[in-house]
Write a protein that binds this ligand. Structure first.
Ligand SMILES: [Zn+2]
Length: 245
């Protein structure tokens, strides 16, 4: 851990997958940044809050082209996307990527001194925190396939948390990168552009997916039985963060 710099740390999950964390973001808010090494190119799924440049950190262990994919357009997932030449995501959140504000990225609702526990640089002023625009350079939609040469990822469009929320699924390994659609914590279905009904539809669809491991947008990874348990809790009216102000 913490091999290259103090802001980020990287944990190797297996031969292909690494997890990057922002060390000084409160654990309940901290996004999981997933790096997938492919034969032809690497993928970065989500990019954190954008407080410190992420690309130089990634380039320390990735020596080929990296495509940044945003699971959705919230500040904690897309903050570093502007650093990457290739930024892919779903058109449902494309206006947020192109024109991020404190309001449409949810930064106004969540960013506080409790979240950013250490100043990322000298002179940092939390009141001036903004996500930089990162217009999509490629659109992803349900059914699209991303071929990394030695591994294929399928795009699942699973709206409800936000209109453009996507997950990536590797059917060979039965690995799901789920963004904020599902993780092992309170889910958010009451943001300004959320829809509980649509969220439930997405989770019913996810419930049928054969998975061995779910790498979520927050918190620790888990297997199929926990995924089904979390979905059933949500469908029964629980497992929600309920943060609306
Ligand atoms: Zn989110």
């Amino acid at each position: 851990m913490n091999e290259f710099n103090k802001w980020f740390s990287v944990t190797r999950i297996d031969e292909h997958i690494s997890l990057i964390h922002e060390n000084h973001i409160a654990s309940w808010m901290r996004c999981n940044i997933w790096h997938i090494r492919g034969r032809h190119r690497d993928l970065l799924i989500d990019s954190g809050m954008g407080l410190v440049p992420l690309k130089p950190f990634v380039s320390r262990f990735s020596d080929q082209s990296v495509t940044a994919i945003s699971s959705h357009g919230h500040f904690d997932h897309m903050g570093g996307a502007h650093e990457f030449e290739h930024h892919w995501g779903h058109p449902g959140d494309s206006n947020i990527y192109a024109n991020p504000t404190g309001c449409n990225t949810l930064a106004d609702d969540f960013v506080s001194a409790e979240v950013i526990k250490t100043d990322p640089f000298d002179g940092f002023d939390i009141a001036e925190y903004r996500v930089k625009p990162a217009p999509l350079t490629g659109y992803l939609d349900d059914g699209d396939i991303i071929d990394l040469g030695d591994r294929i990822l399928h795009v699942l469009h699973l709206p409800g948390h936000s209109p453009g929320s996507i997950a990536l699924y590797d059917p060979a390994e039965k690995t799901l990168f789920s963004g904020d659609i599902i993780y092992d914590g309170g889910l958010i279905d009451d943001a300004y552009h959320s829809s509980t009904e649509i969220y439930e539809e997405s989770l019913r669809r996810l419930r049928e997916l054969p998975v061995s491991v779910v790498h979520g947008g927050h918190e620790g990874s888990f297997g199929q039985s926990r995924m089904i348990e979390l979905i059933d809790l949500f469908l029964a009216g629980g497992q929600r963060l309920g943060w609306t102000k």
